[in-house]
Design a protein around this ligand. Structure first.
Ligand code: BTN
Length: 275
């Protein structure tokens, strides 16, 4: 990718050792730290099919075939990003699996605050952004059995310590170190994320948990209230005001013709100068 990574990034070995202790009492105590893998999502989906238990976590220093949303790839130089997937087996209808992804998004926002000292927002559906620059992306992949959700792998890639981005990302991406003004420890970020996710996921599984998670997500979602262009399939797009996120996780976009709930698409936050 032509990007250089920071020299002297902390990530000292002891912070990975501390991490094991930190997460031992959460449901995410089984952490697999891989030096290199094609994709942590692919790895965990295969583990899930072979019966791995809820809570297994895969984190990689480098991915050779990282997966992004909508069939895209996700690339990062070794150790510049936190590349992590968690295996969940929630008792949720498949159509409600977005709630677990939302809980993870909120947990990562909190983890960035606790570790790097700034608070990103959520851009619908599941990006973390600072202003309009992308800090992190999420991809959840489900394994169904007899129409039921058997496993859900939630994968997140966070730009943590990037010296500079390649030209194609330079105007649209941002990394934790650039906002914080100093390198950020990936192991500490992961520890905070898994602790917060343990809590958020427990909330989701309790009665009334859906509403709690949706409420947190909506509060932190900077797409709501914005003028947006949503790029849909087949080169179609929709421009209007994002008025909310419904219980099914769809973005409500209001145009002159009324409100359209959008289930899948890429959102561009329009500035006043764009329109
Ligand atoms: C996006 O397109 O914004 C989603 C990117 C998700 C990337 C993460 S990195 C860890 C996990 N493993 C993958 O192969 N993808 C996700």
């Amino acid at each position: 990718m032509g990007a250089r990574i920071l020299r002297g990034v902390p990530d000292p070995p002891e912070s990975w050792a501390d991490l094991q202790e930190r997460i031992a009492d959460t449901r995410f105590g089984e952490l697999r730290h891989l030096e290199e893998v094609d994709s942590t999502n692919r790895y965990l989906l295969d583990e899930a099919r072979q019966g791995a238990a809820e809570g297994v976590v895969a984190v990689a220093d480098h991915q050779t075939a990282g997966r992004g949303r909508l069939g895209r790839t996700w690339e990062a130089p070794p150790r510049a990003s936190l590349l992590v997937s968690v295996l969940l087996r929630p008792d949720l209808e498949p159509a409600r699996s977005h709630l677990a992804t939302m809980a993870a998004g909120v947990a990562m926002v909190e983890a960035v605050w606790l570790t790097a000292g700034f608070t990103p927002s959520l851009k619908w559906p599941n990006d973390l952004v600072v202003g309009d620059r992308k800090l992190a992306g999420m991809l959840s992949e489900a394994e169904l059995r007899d129409g039921r959700l058997d496993a859900l792998v939630v994968g997140i890639g966070v730009n943590v310590n990037w010296d500079e981005f390649p030209p194609e990302l330079a105007g649209t991406a941002v990394a934790c170190n650039q906002v914080a003004g100093h390198p950020v420890d990936r192991a500490a970020l992961l520890g905070a994320f898994l602790e917060r996710l343990d809590d958020r996921y427990a909330t989701l599984l309790r009665p009334g948990g859906d509403e709690a998670v949706l409420g947190e997500y909506r509060q932190r979602c900077s797409t709501i209230g914005r003028e947006v262009r949503v790029e849909l399939a087949d080169d179609e797009s929709l421009e209007g005001t994002a008025t909310g996120v419904d219980d099914a996780g769809r973005l409500d976009v209001e145009t002159r013709d009324g409100v359209t709930p959008v289930a899948v698409g890429d959102v561009v936050h329009l500035r006043p100068t764009d329109g």
